[in-house]
Design a protein around this ligand. Structure first.
Ligand SMILES: [Ca+2]
Ligand SMILES: [Ca+2]
Length: 414
């Protein structure tokens, strides 16, 4: 029987003997030393991070491409219980620089696309090339070798390029993880929407889904036709870049969903009158108040472009301001449906969620309901949409093109 002394000793030791979870960080040899502080910080969060460099993986025996060798390396780690894969670096269009992505081929109602990076490839036990022609991810020909995340492993890419980027991002992670739990900041959502046709689904995203997982939460709507700050007429407080800067600088919203048009370098504001871009970043004063963002805006997550940074990368790399994690499309972020003819009118009329909006809605809902991290929440969401992706090239594309940019081990809700 346990005596009183050993019982209290056991209580004292509990925090120290708690089993550590494992994460794998894939980065470049150049950036490896810069990650030391991040790895030390994660240890204090009970996460053991193992760092492996792309150079070491690429030197493995065999003629396979570097992405294929990374996939095989990741599989080895997953077998020994690794719970997160952190891709610790940017990528380039041809997948030869930094931490490469695997480009995948798509042919959908939206046309042909041969270069959509799919980081979920790295979680797959199979090589996405069933016909062995070296073209990866063909919906029909490679079907037998394509698998989707099962939700057991969290994945995210921190698209940094320099040691300074790593340092600035690590400081933001620390601030996020030490901010008070259950704060108004964490419980407050802001939805912004500049496109009238999207109002119904963006409303539903909160009303029918996320509000149910966050009863103590509060959402406000900054739509082109309504905002909490209107004076004389609904919508007279305009969605401009200046007013977006205020949203960040008010420190009110820990969770943002940005719905509207976009380009690599920024978000298009109401009636195309202004553009929130890199030139506004030095106006952001939100130190220690870093939101998590979901955005459907086209190309805002185009991390693998020749032009760098895309706006979401700039928001993540920005020291002492900007965002801490962003889910964004690396290409157009289209409204994907399994049956577009039936579902498009329902989207406009009743607010039926398209694949992109549904992914972002479930990301929040699953993450908050089950206390998941950002990377776990997005992969759980993809696991829920996997059956549709097997049936529909549109959903297959949807699962490939939406990425978590940021630390996948961050709790989504505090
Ligand atoms: Ca193929
Ligand atoms: Ca980039």
């Amino acid at each position: 029987m346990m005596n009183r002394f050993s019982f209290s000793l056991a209580l004292l030791l509990t925090p120290f003997i708690q089993a550590k979870e494992k994460a794998l960080l894939v980065t470049t040899s150049e950036l490896a030393p810069a990650w030391e502080d991040f790895i030390a910080w994660k240890k204090t969060r009970n996460i053991d991070v193992t760092l492996v460099t792309v150079e070491k993986i690429a030197a493995h025996e065999g003629k396979e491409s570097t992405p294929e060798k990374i996939r095989q390396e990741v599989q080895t780690h997953l077998k020994s219980g690794t719970k997160w894969l952190i891709l610790g670096g940017d990528s380039s269009p041809d997948g030869t620089k930094f931490v490469p992505d695997q480009d995948t081929v798509h042919s959908t109602m939206w046309g042909e696309n041969a270069d959509i990076p799919a980081d979920i490839f790295y979680l797959s036990p199979t090589n996405w090339d069933a016909d062995g022609d070296g073209i990866i991810g063909e919906f029909d020909d490679d079907r037998a070798a394509i698998t989707y995340p099962d939700g057991s492993v969290g994945l995210g890419r921190i698209p940094v390029r320099t040691a300074e980027d790593v340092k600035a991002y690590t400081e933001k992670v620390k601030a996020y993880e030490t901010s008070p739990k259950k704060s108004d900041f964490s419980n407050s959502f802001l939805y912004t929407c500049t496109v009238a046709g999207a109002y119904p689904k963006v409303r539903n995203s909160w009303d029918d889904y996320i509000s149910k997982s966050l009863p103590e939460g509060k959402a406000e709507r900054f739509f082109a036709d309504e905002s909490p700050w209107d004076k004389d007429a609904p919508g007279d407080y305009e969605i401009t870049a200046e007013n977006w800067v205020k949203i960040f600088n008010d420190h009110r919203y820990g969770k943002l969903h940005l719905h509207g048009h976009g380009l690599i370098h920024g978000w298009v504001m109401e009636d195309d009158r202004s553009f929130f871009s890199e030139k506004h970043l030095n106006q952001l004063k939100n130190e220690n108040h870093y939101p998590i963002i979901t955005t459907v805006s086209c190309f805002t997550g185009h991390f693998d472009a020749a032009e760098d940074p895309c706006i979401t990368e700039a928001m993540l790399r920005l020291p002492k301001a900007g965002a801490v994690a962003i889910v964004a499309p690396c290409r157009e972020g289209k409204p994907h449906f399994t049956d577009p003819r039936r579902d498009f009118p329902l989207m406009m009329k009743e607010g039926k969620l398209d694949g992109t909006t549904e992914t972002m809605t479930l990301f929040w809902q699953e993450g908050i309901t089950h206390s998941l991290t950002t990377g776990e929440a997005l992969m759980k969401t993809k696991s829920l949409l996997a059956e549709r992706a097997k049936e529909s090239p549109n959903f297959h594309m949807c699962l490939c093109e939406l990425h978590l940019l940021g630390d996948p081990t961050l709790p989504i809700h505090r």
